[in-house]
Structures are given as structure tokens and as C-alpha cells.
Design a binder for this molecule. Sequence first.
Ligand code: SF4
Length: 340
Amino acid sequence: MVYFETVYIEKEIRNHPRTKEIVDKFPKARNIFIDRYMDVFGRGRQDRQWQKEHPSLILAKASGQRIYPGAVVCQNFGSKHFYYVSSMKNCLYDCEYCYLKGMYSSGYVVIFVNLEDILEEAGELAQQLLQEEEKEMYLSVSFDTDLMAFDAITGYAGLWADFAGKHPNVTVEIRTKGAVKVTSLMQGGKELPGNLVFAYTLSPQSVIDQFEHRTASLKARLISAANALQAKATVRLCFDPMIYTRDWQREYEAMIEAVKTALPLEEIRDASVGTFRISSDYLKRMRTVEKDSPAVQFPFETKNGYAGYPKELEEAMIAFMEERLVSAGLPEEKIYRSSF
Ligand code: SF4
């Protein structure tokens, strides 16, 4: 299990049962009580790299807006109502190209302990949609973090599985670069609802080694996805973001071979394909954090406030991946393409 040197605790939630449960998991950490989490998380001139090496956790209460409409550059998988929730901020993994580095000045992890309030709000929205013509909602719950990486600490994935079971009109997506054990959510004979989607982000091992620090290997992600399918879970594959390297064709080709060998592609719900793209403002900040990362320092093109690969390169990478997936047996209509 990950360790934290310090746990900052908002005074308002010091007696929340989940606060106690989480604090008990880190008996060696120093506990500091604070008024508002932004007093620590939102401070100016923070050193994210130093914070990664000296990790601290902040336990807080989510208040104000808790459910947000998805950004235009994010894939909505054909859903008119695409939202995401923020029950945590920041991640245990350390991808060099992670947009969180552009979004937050702090590297500390925040857990909002009042998940029940977020579940209630999401449930109300799901109910409201039932009155509308388009009743379906796509809800990404692993957005500002990798939710499964924290599940031993929070147990949030199981609560979202229960939520999906109660709200069949909501497709709940848990996206991960980890080696998730979906069977851990099936204790007590629970079945996983079909509208709970485990979305595995897949990258070539060379890209993982170079840019996706602390995440699971490609092999481990594929074993996990195969086990999930065997447990009758709904599985999505995300080849997004594809990251440019000098040898990208060969590397992505090798990845596809590994995917074909490990997974029965006909059982996959769908897949997304897209290259790295990001808000220009976030990129500016990321470049000050990841000064030596070729993934972040690439000479991107900018358009309408977003940065991405030059059009020709983006199209070539997406077309390459789509063609390989279709040849591997994934029907074209199951592939969702994202571009910037
Ligand atoms: S796994 Fe996702 S959230 Fe975590 S560091 Fe990587 S890109 Fe960011």
C-alpha cells in the first residue's frame, strides 16, 4: 500500500466515519487539521516533484458543484449526456503527460470523504433524465484520478458499482491504467451490473516505461482485462491518448499483437482511439513541471484553445490504430474516434 507522510484533515469532517477509516490505514503519518483543503492544496509556488517524493493526503468535504459536464475534447461514446464526477483529485500513478499536472498546482492527493453526497446528486440527475427524451447518461467516475488505484484505501469503486445497479440508465465508467481485480467488487456473491464499464487505457510497453510511471505493465493490464471479461464484466479499451515516439508504428503494432493474443476482442463493449491533446493553458503549466519530457515538450499545434499533434500526424496515428483494430476483429462501429 502507498504511504503518506502527512494526512491533512479538514476540521469539518474530522468525525466522519470514512475519515477515521482512512486515517487508521496510515498510522505512521502525521495528522494536521486544517480549515479548508484549498488552504493546502491551492497554495501558490508548490513544487509538484518534491511533493511526489514526499506524498501527503488531504481529506476533505466536497461542496458546491460535484458533477460536471464533460469537456469537448473528451470522448462521450455517443452519449448526449456526458458528465464526470470529482470524488478525488490527483493520482498515485505519475504519467508525464497527465493533464492533472496542468490543472492543479499541487501534487498532493485529495479524497472527498462524503461520497454519499456525490452519489445522491448523481442519482437525482439520473432520475431527472428519465423524464427526458434522451434518458441515458454516461458518467465518468475516475476522471481526476485513477479510482481503482485507490480502492484499497477508499472502497469507492464498490459504491459506484452499487450505484450503477440502482440506475440502469447511467453508464458508469471506471477508467484505469492499473491491474484492476474486478472480482474484488463481487464479494458476497454480488454481480457486476452491465452498465458498469471497466475502461482500460492501453499503451505500448515502451510508452509505459518512458512516460507512465508507476502504472501497471501492458501485460498486467491485459491479464486484468481478460479476467474482467471472464467475470462477465463490461470492458472498454482506450487507445487514447496515443503518444508519438520516433518508432510509434512499430511500438503500437507490437501492442496490438499483444492485445489480440490476450483478449477475445468480440467480447469488448467498445474502444476509443485518439492522440494526445490538451488545453493550451494546462500544457503551459505542464511544461514547467515536465521540463525534460518529450511527450510534453513536443512542438504541438494549437487550435481553439487546445494543443495536439499536427493534423497529418494525428490522422495517421488514428487511422493506423483503427485499421489494426478492425483487422484484429473489432467491428468498426464499436470504435470511437477522438480528435482535437
Ligand atoms: S493514470 Fe491517469 S490520472 Fe493517473 S497520472 Fe496517469 S494520466 Fe494522470
